[in-house]
Design a protein around this ligand. Sequence first.
Ligand SMILES: C[S@@+](CC[C@H](N)C(=O)[O-])C[C@H]1O[C@@H](n2cnc3c(N)ncnc32)[C@H](O)[C@@H]1O
Length: 271
Amino acid sequence: MNLWVGLVSLFPEMVSAIASAGILGRAIRRGEMGFEVFNPRDHASDRRRTVDDRPYGGGPGMVMMAEPLLGAIGEARERAPSPPRVVYLSPQGAKLDQSGVERLSRLSSLVLIAGRYEGIDERVIELAVDEELSIGDYILSGGELPAMVLVDALCRLLPGALNNEDSIQTESLLDGLLEYPQYTRPEQVGPLEVPAVLIGGDHGAVDRWRRMQALLRTWRRRPDLLASRALSDADSALLKAGMLKAGMLEAGMLEAGLPQAARAGTERRRD
Ligand SMILES: C[S@@+](CC[C@H](N)C(=O)[O-])C[C@H]1O[C@@H](n2cnc3c(N)ncnc32)[C@H](O)[C@@H]1O
């Protein structure tokens, strides 16, 4: 097993469908990823199995109580094959991105905590949580979906979890770029045809076209990704060629924001 994940959640039934389907389900069935759910309700101390209570100081909603949560985290720690990193999914956490997923995928044991209600008693975070992670600047009603977003992203990086046909080599963000556009049969959909280069049989031309599309798409949609990396001379030339083709450089509007490598290339060309 490459990675064991224990999820602390009040709603095990909510995650079981996600954990049994597709690539994630297959990785769990094959034993490439371990996945178990721990319910704080099993660690409640009263007959009604209470796990939440009103917040001290007043205010709306309920708060998840510390003791059932700490009990479930403790159970997960005991089941983990190695000392786990404990992550609380929270809108107050650092924003999850692909490099964060890569970092966590190198661990062998992980315990994820899914909050509910108005969140969890702060002392659980102080006592048992190593880091907080958010999946974005919006509020969900529970941490189960964020936890499963992370589990799904982790699973795709585990050696052996993907078959060849699910190859991740060209996936968006893996090399800091968005992926090129994809097409499948038929060749014509309404007025739109598949770009001719993709059916011309010239693999080198296909590779160059895809790389250019990935660079252009990233430039248009996520310039922040390009701003934080240096482009190779080849990528810089491809991006400029793509921009010229798309009329973006002639317009003269975007050139000022070209990543440094691309800008240097443009200046050289003008000399
Ligand atoms: C309604 S939210 C509680 C939000 C809390 N009152 C706050 O303002 O920080 C309930 C639970 O959903 C989860 N959650 C909600 N939005 C999230 C997000 N963007 N990322 C990760 N977890 C989230 C957390 O586990 C949280 O404890």
